[in-house]
Design a protein around this ligand. Sequence first.
Ligand code: LHQ
Length: 264
Amino acid sequence: MTFETIQYEESDGYAVLTLNRPERLNAFTGVMHAEIREALDKVAANKANRAMILTGAGRGFCAGQDLNDRVMGDDDAPPPDLGHTLETLYNPLVRTIRALEMPVISAVNGVAAGAGANLALGGDLVMAARSAKFIQAFCRIGLVPDGGGTWLLPNLAGRAKAMAMAMLGEPVSAEEAERIGLIWKVVEDDDLMTEARKLAARLATQPTAGLTAIKQLITAAGSNSLDEQLDLERDTQQRLGRSHDYREGVRAFLGKREPVFKGE
Ligand code: LHQ
């Protein structure tokens, strides 16, 4: 299937979704939102997909909302309803990616600004090219970080860094992002996609149901007490303990052989 604003491929047990409006640093439009939604439906529908990579074409990852798009309003029109834009486009996107039952790798190839930065940071394993940077550009146009930014930033980097990033809107380098815990790791520019694909292919051989549960529990920890997490761990372990992959993992260990996981 061909798309206008993204590229989509499936191979070796994983999917790659590439934002593809390089002349606009892959800024979001309504069409792009619709195409991403369609691609994410495909990712979820194919059981052969056990990991996903999210990246951008060209020199940018994503510059956030396309400021030329009609949803941002113009001088002659009444003020836009940005809440509606979030409710119908951005929030479902963030929720869908979080709910995807596989690890999502953000491979941040270049600048990630506004909602583009928070889309990247919302991935489960975030890798960035050394030349990439993250910009919470919203404050420059009188807005708050969206795409989950006001939740992600303090959770990942703490209140002090969150405040400075959100209020100053200054670029944070990939190295700084790694240092403050905003992302997992920096890789050399030329190695980014090789590393991301290697990781996705490896994850595609792992116990996907278990990895999905890890994602769910670590997300839940953002708002749960220790007691609630202990209960959740008990219930999840009970379920996973009855799975094929648990049995296979233990048998393979005892048999001193490599496990063959089905993802179930
Ligand atoms: C762009 C954009 C862009 C259009 C670069 N739009 N053309 C969503 C909707 C609902 C509620 C509100 O919130 C949101 C979420 C948001 O994301 S709001 C925040 C939107 N994003 C921004 O404010 C970032 C705007 N972009 C920039 O500040 C810079 O472009 C960055 C720092 C990302 C990159 O700077 P440079 O590397 O110097 O590149 P550039 O500025 O020259 O951009 C290259 C081209 O891309 C350029 O077009 P041109 O025709 O001059 O070559 C830009 O106009 C265009 N572009 N971002 N968001």
